[in-house]
Write a protein that binds this ligand. Structure first.
Ligand code: NCD
Length: 329
């Protein structure tokens, strides 16, 4: 149910030297790929002042942001990251583009390439959309997956790993992480589980109602909990997720109110975690559904840090990928 055969082929995103030329998924990557990205991100931000260090490494390059699905944080932080690297940025407004007039995705790709694009950042409701792009672009063009259906959201998971590393240190082998909510339909959860495993996290817990948990959690290196109290017990990191209503084929939940009563992260429940546990959320947050406002805005929340760190991590991914094939500016 949770597997995506054909979407994990490492050969598509790695070059002959084993370096990233696209970023489509974290599956199949090695720990050094992750560490390189996180280490390079350190050079793009002062984590004390939260100031981004602009560096024109991608001057003269053209990056096209193609968001076929709604986005606030991901699209904006990609754009800030691209501009901070000195790239020329095009945001294709999909709502007014020729896609609405029946143009195929392939024709859109060829036309954008003809406009001399060097990189596409793609978000799409279909799992596999970014892989489709990577298979069809010219050899010098790079593709970044900014979220495809239920499948993957690699840069989100990388910025989450960066955030955890910032607050909890680089040794993940002592950390217990609980991911709470709609795991089954979440591309963020899939990529998070992969990054946490690559960084050798001691324990990854998936917490939620049975209908929203994957069936193959142990094969993914995680444990399922349907009881929120045991799921949160002594964890160092609590990651809350939104219900992916748009990706559910039928109503799997009784009501938002009932969900909050059973699984919502409240101040009371947070006391079960370690006293210095951090609370994360990729956004958009639904206050009073998966998280209480007092927790989202409380002292243990690092939700807005995730957003700022996301700029540095996305700069790191793009700078690393663009320099992979010697295509220096
Ligand atoms: C997530 C997404 O779009 O997958 N948001 C994000 O990128 N920050 C999570 C979500 O929509 O729930």
């Amino acid at each position: 149910m949770f597997g995506y055969p054909g979407l994990s082929s490492p050969s598509l995103q790695l070059n002959e030297a084993g370096k990233l030329k696209h970023l489509l998924t974290l599956e199949g990557l090695k720990p050094h790929h992750i560490r390189d990205i996180l280490d390079r991100a350190d050079g793009f931000i002062n984590t004390d002042t939260r100031q981004i260090h602009k560096q024109p490494l991608l001057k003269g390059k053209t990056i096209v942001n193609l968001f076929f699905e709604a986005s606030t944080r991901t699209r904006t932080t990609f754009e800030i990251a691209e501009k901070s690297l000195g790239a020329d940025v095009i945001n294709l407004n999909v709502a007014t583009s020729a896609t609405k007039k029946g143009e195929s995705l392939l024709d859109t790709i060829y036309n954008l390439e003809a406009m001399q694009a060097d990189m596409f950042v793609v978000r799409h409701a279909e799992s596999g959309a970014a892989h489709f792009f990577a298979r069809h672009v010219a050899p010098h063009v790079h593709v970044l997956n900014a979220g495809d259906g239920r499948h993957a959201h690699p840069t989100q998971a990388l910025l989450d790993a960066y955030t955890i590393r910032h607050f909890k240190g680089a040794d993940f082998s002592q950390l217990r992480v609980a991911i709470v909510g709609d795991i089954l339909h979440s591309r963020v959860a899939r990529s998070q589980i992969q990054v946490l495993n690559l960084l050798e996290t001691e324990e990854i817990r998936l917490v939620g109602p049975k209908t929203l948990l994957p069936h193959d959690a142990s094969a993914m290196g995680a444990h399922c909990f349907t009881d929120i109290e045991s799921g949160l017990k002594d964890v160092d990191v609590v990651i809350t997720l939104r219900m992916q209503n748009e990706r559910m084929s039928s109503a799997r939940l009784p009501s938002e109110q009932e969900y909050f009563e059973t699984y919502g992260i409240t101040e009371e429940r947070l006391k079960l975690a370690m006293p210095d546990a951090i609370v994360m959320h990729p956004g958009p947050i639904n206050r009073g559904v998966e998280i209480a406002s007092t927790v989202a805005d409380g002292p243990q929340s690092v939700i807005l840090d995730q957003v700022t760190f996301g700029i540095a991590v996305r700069m790191s991914v793009m700078a690393g990928i663009m320099q992979t094939q010697g295509d220096q500016p």
